[in-house]
Design a protein around this ligand. Structure first.
Ligand SMILES: Nc1ncnc2c1ncn2[C@@H]1O[C@H](COP(=O)(O)OP(=O)(O)O)[C@@H](O)[C@H]1O
Ligand code: SF4
Ligand SMILES: [Mg+2]
Length: 319
């Protein structure tokens, strides 16, 4: 599982307005191996979606990738032409979003939409593309006779599956799934996660699972990347993070997960609120909420450090 498919290094993606700069992704580095599911976790506004969009170079204005490298299988995505990028999107990298209606056209049959995606990338005739579309629908658990349905004729869970079908029809090596189950009930959520898991094991697909739900990631992923205020605070194997979190923010996130084993389940929200990204605190962005704040946390940013194979950015630890 160790062959690296994606390497992101020192990525900076900022949103510019006349009055301020939001450093939504600020010097982020991470790697994803082939066949690995990596969970990207953080509260709302921490820069997760911006990171996902950066990988396919689809950050909307006023956002801009200003520095860094995104290497897919040896090639720097940020150096590709628009034409080369279009070849990669959908074909080598698939994307699914929280709201299927952001990529399903409500006025067109789902089959036609999947066929169109296939035909943009493969030189095959329409009948063969329709064949692939039907197979893909079956693969995500939608009966193929639903191929001529419009999105509104499908349930929420089915629509989500249709969108997944669209993004995996061409067997991408990397799937970016941004809050793919947040809007769905627990049962449907679990089925969709099973489907992603099957894709990972059967197709050796790499998956970046973007979510605010650390419990989901612990249950389903191989590795976890924790983000706070545009920065990575900790990266680790699920087992290490769940059993022995290092970063204070990771600790608090874990404590906020209700313990289903115990009868008294109590969701402990993390005190305070996420930083104002137009004007984040100096030093460590987490210090105003951190129970362990040291003097130097307030003016000196902690760097990502490797200790005993673990990666963490916090002044409590020294490499
Ligand atoms: N289109 C945009 N224009 C300006 N600011 C944006 C835009 N999209 C996101 N942001 C800002 O970037 C930061 C990160 O947002 P986002 O990547 O959506 O975080 P997450 O997905 O973790 O909730 C937030 O402060 C958000 O307000
Ligand atoms: S660097 Fe300081 S403020 Fe930031 S998480 Fe570590 S101890 Fe807390
Ligand atoms: Mg988001």
């Amino acid at each position: 599982m160790s062959e690296k498919l994606l390497r992101i290094s020192s990525l900076k993606t900022y949103y510019f307005s006349r009055k301020s700069v939001i450093k939504a992704v600020d010097d982020v580095s991470l790697e994803i191996s082939r066949g690995e599911m990596v969970g990207l976790v953080g509260e709302s506004g921490s820069g997760k979606s911006t990171l996902g969009l950066s990988i396919v170079k689809l950050v909307p204005p006023p956002g801009k990738i200003i520095d860094g490298r995104i290497i897919l299988d040896g090639k720097d995505i940020l150096k590709l032409s628009d034409k080369e990028l279009r070849k990669i999107r959908g074909k080598r990298i698939g994307m699914i979003f929280q709201d299927p209606l952001t990529c399903l056209d409500p006025l067109r049959r789902i089959g036609d939409q999947i066929v169109e995606t296939i035909l943009t990338h493969l030189r095959i005739d329409k009948e063969d593309a329709r064949e692939i579309a039907m197979k893909t629908l079956e693969r995500v658990g939608i009966p193929s006779d639903r191929i001529d349905n419009y999105p509104h004729q499908l349930s929420g869970g089915m629509r989500q599956r249709a969108m997944i079908a669209m993004s995996i029809a061409l067997d991408p090596e990397l799937l970016i799934a941004d809050e793919p189950t947040t809007a769905l009930d627990v049962v449907v959520q679990s089925r969709i996660m099973d489907l992603l898991e099957d894709l990972r094991t059967e197709r050796n697909m790499s998956i970046l699972l973007i979510t605010h739900d650390l419990a989901l990631v612990i249950e389903r992923s191989n590795r976890v990347v924790i983000m706070y205020g545009g920065k990575v605070c900790e990266i680790g194997l699920v087992k290490d993070i769940a059993e022995d979190p290092l970063h204070p923010y990771t600790k608090l996130l874990l404590q906020s997960i209700p313990d289903i084993e115990k009868i008294k389940t109590e969701l402990k929200p993390i005190p305070g609120s996420p930083p104002d990204m137009r004007n984040p605190p100096p030093g460590c962005r987490f210090w105003p909420r951190c129970p362990y704040t040291l003097e130097r946390c307030k003016d000196t940013e902690p760097n990502l450090t490797i200790i005993e194979g673990r990666v963490v950015a916090c002044h409590l630890y020294r490499g």
